[in-house]
Design a binder for this molecule. Structure first.
Ligand code: PLP
Length: 440
């Protein structure tokens, strides 16, 4: 007898079979509806089943779906690159297309190193990141990630890049109250650079809002301006990993706009194609490109499917749809509404220690004692139990737990598609509340 050989996330577990999706709802083949309260993995930002995207997809597939980037450019890829540079702040005018967020951050890392090499600084090749972060699953991206469970098995193979603490205000690493915060966590970057020597550091990478490793951890207002100032003072590139936060998710097209900071390199993914195709990008500023344009003229990265016309046409239509329907503004307005609702839930359920995030990238952190902020014991499995309960009741939420072993434990991300209505938010929160109720 042949067995089913599809490797699923947890082997031996039953997964329902997806049938189709409409708006914020997914339906399995038994007809059960699910509210996509996490947009999958914070991806399906324009919702499911958008006919304009299907039409763009069909039209491009009818012309050409793949032509190798070493042989041809395409109207679709050119138009997408133009669209991105029109949307991006400052002189972030260049796009390098890849297929996943991991490839986007890994390419960002490589471009930063290449930038310095082409300027004659061969030793400037270390990347500083933050502990409590997730930049992707490939070896370079994982080397930059402080995500314990995803690193554990591969530690001997990972590049030993330096890290600094994250701006995790709910559990401030310095035990400082907001009123007396001197941004010590940002100043740690300067300490790290001085320790390693700026002549050895290519770049600093950070997620504007920390996603998978901690659940929408959002830094204070002055944090990124201070980070950028330190990067400039020591001639170090600043890479913003906007894979989760980019393309409107937080109520701004790029989350870094909340802090008024323009990075040197941006990594994009997820919302860029809203799940309609694997598509991601590394965006690069004129300043960073300059020595490459006058030097080797070639970025040493890329994949077979990089910039393929089909994915480019799909992504272009997704971004056009986002603009046409003013979904960035919707993310802010619906996000404020959802945040209020989640704060109401927090008043009802003692185990919710913190509610945080921006726009429609919101997080809940769970504690066994609200006053002391004591995390749950690891074996309690609170997050996975909640995610499972919600799933059974027809709500998808995203677990963001366990990455901060020894510091904190349990969080979920609530990040529905930006097209969600207030009524649908009401239903989402109702199911979340019912799921929390059953955990008591
Ligand atoms: N960077 C961030 C901030 C992410 O949240 C993720 C995925 O969750 C990645 C990179 C990796 O993206 P992918 O899973 O598409 O490789």
């Amino acid at each position: 007898m042949k067995r089913n050989h599809l490797i699923k996330p947890t082997l031996g577990q039953h997964y329902p079979t997806i049938s189709h999706g409409i708006g914020v709802y997914l339906y399995d083949t038994d007809g059960n509806p699910y509210i996509d309260g996490s947009s999958g993995a914070v991806t399906a930002s324009i919702g499911h089943g958008v006919s304009e995207v299907v039409e763009a997809m069909t039209e491009q597939a009818g012309k050409i779906s793949f032509a190798y980037r070493s042989h041809f450019t395409s109207d679709a890829a050119e138009a997408l690159a133009k669209k991105l540079s029109d949307l991006a702040p400052g002189d972030l005018n260049w796009s390098f297309f890849v297929n996943s967020g991991s490839e986007a951050t890994e390419t960002a890392m490589k471009i930063a190193i290449q930038h310095w090499q082409e300027k004659g600084f061969e030793r400037k090749n270390r990347i500083i990141s933050r502990w409590t972060s997730y930049h992707g699953i490939t070896m370079g991206a994982l080397s930059m990630s402080g995500h314990v469970p995803r690193r554990k098995r591969f530690v001997p193979l990972l590049e030993d890049f330096p890290t600094i603490p994250a701006p995790y205000c709910y559990r401030c690493p310095y035990n400082v109250e907001a009123a007396s915060c001197q941004l010590q966590c940002a100043n740690e970057l300067e300490t790290a650079i001085q320790r390693i020597g700026s002549e050895n550091v290519a770049a600093f990478i950070a997620e504007p809002i920390i996603g998978a490793s901690a659940g929408a951890v959002t830094p204070p207002l002055g944090y990124y301006p201070r980070i950028k100032e330190i990067c400039e003072r020591y001639d170090i590139l600043f890479i913003a990993d906007e894979v989760m936060t980019g393309m409107g998710r937080t109520g701004k097209m790029f989350a870094m706009e909340h802090w008024g900071v323009i990075p040197d390199i941006i990594a994009l993914g997820k919302g860029m194609s809203a799940g309609y195709t694997p598509m991601a990008a590394t965006m690069i500023s004129d300043r960073v490109m300059e020595p490459i344009l006058t030097g080797s003229k070639s970025i040493m990265a890329g994949h077979t499917y990089s910039a393929n016309p089909l994915s480019a046409a799909i992504s272009l239509e997704v971004l056009t749809y986002l603009e046409r329907n003013e979904l960035v503004l919707a993310a802010k307005e619906k996000g404020d509404y959802l945040l209020q609702k989640l704060q109401m839930l927090a008043r009802q359920f003692e185990i919710i220690g913190d509610v945080r995030g921006k726009g429609l990238l919101l997080g809940l952190e769970f504690v066994s004692n609200r006053a002391s902020k004591r995390p749950f014991e690891q074996q309690s499995g609170i997050t996975s139990r909640l995610v499972t309960k919600a799933f059974e009741k027809g709500l998808l939420i995203y677990p963001a737990s366990g990455a901060i072993e020894g510091i904190a434990g349990d969080a979920v991300i609530v990040s529905p598609p930006l097209v969600i209505t207030k009524e649908e938010i009401g239903r989402l929160v109702e199911i979340l509340g019912a799921s929390l109720e059953e955990l008591q």
